[in-house]
Design a protein around this ligand. Structure first.
Ligand code: CO8
Length: 258
């Protein structure tokens, strides 16, 4: 159990469940909260008893975006010098899979945070959107880039340029979320998915995540080369020997992350 002002963590078999707890203002993401969150995710990335992470918020909001009251009085230079995206970018350094369990609003920075995760399980009442345009600004934590990569330019631009909110079902149809479940089951479903991933060989899981990120970040040839080298590297692990031996011996493998 690791708790800070805005972030609470619980651990169950190999899975860490991280909650954002600033419910009184719908988990609005101020600088301190995002720092605490990034620090906690990076800390869990280094913990041997964690193999997969679930990130969730509250029933009414996963996160309703950046804290508007914190930004409202800021000048361009103050925003630039604050360099807050250094912290956001550090979340990308987490090597273990992160599953967002989204109930309620995931708007602006909240939607960007969900998209920074590797998979999204949505409660049926979840609402996604990038409403920054309505505030006279635009996404700054990856909204234009990740949404466009995930759902394609025409559909991303429609959401980015209108600020319209979409339901969990629409987000599912667009390919933004993995699955939609009853709201009360959302966190449990995400934890169950995380547990299933946590049973796999940890080195393989980490390299598969890295390779999938390359598919978004690099050209095909670079991605293919990365994949191939990662594939060879896994032949150096004990888990590879165990996995293949278990298959031949017709039993379940037991992986140790070595
Ligand atoms: N920032 C600050 N306070 C907020 C935010 C927010 N993003 N969202 C909600 N709150 C506060 C409200 O002001 C209200 O406070 P109070 O009780 O003191 O009046 C409380 O939370 C409850 O909210 P509402 O009364 O508005 O609840 P409703 O159910 O009526 O409405 C909504 C819920 C629709 C979610 C509404 O609150 C809303 O539209 N919120 C703002 C959504 C938004 O525009 N988000 C985008 C923000 S900009 C952004 O994210 C840029 C990202 C850039 C990168 C990240 C940098 C950190």
């Amino acid at each position: 159990m690791g708790d800070s002002k805005y972030i609470h963590t619980e651990k169950t078999d190999w899975v860490a469940l991280v909650r954002i707890v600033r419910h009184e203002i719908l988990n609005a993401l101020n600088l301190e909260l995002v720092s605490e969150l990034a620090e906690e995710l990076l800390r869990l990335d280094g913990e041997n008893d964690v193999r997969c992470i679930v990130l969730t918020g509250g029933q009414k909001a996963f996160a309703a975006g950046a804290d508007i009251s914190e930004m409202a009085g800021s000048t361009a230079i103050e925003m630039k010098m604050r360099n807050q995206f250094r912290v956001w970018d550090s979340i990308r350094l987490v090597r273990k899979p992160i599953i967002a369990a989204v109930n309620g609003f995931a708007l602006g920075g909240g939607c960007e945070l969900a998209m920074t995760c590797d998979m999204i399980v949505a409660g049926e009442d979840a609402k996604f959107g990038q409403p920054e345009v309505k505030l006279g600004v635009m996404p700054g934590a990856g909204g234009t880039q990740r949404l466009t990569r995930l759902i394609g330019k025409p559909r991303a631009l429609e959401l980015l340029l209108t600020g319209r909110r979409i339901s969990a079902d629409e987000a599912y149809r667009l390919g933004l979320v993995n699955r939609v479940v009853p709201s009360e089951d959302c966190v449990n479903e995400a934890v169950m998915l995380a547990s299933e991933i946590a049973k796999q060989a940890p080195c393989a899981v980490q390299l598969i995540k890295e390779a999938a990120n390359k598919a978004l970040d690099a050209d095909l040839q670079t991605g293919m080369e990365f994949e191939r080298n990662a594939f060879y590297l896994l032949f150096a692990t004990e888990d590879k020997s165990e996995g293949m031996r278990a298959f031949l011996e017709k039993r379940k493998p037991s992986f140790h992350g070595k």
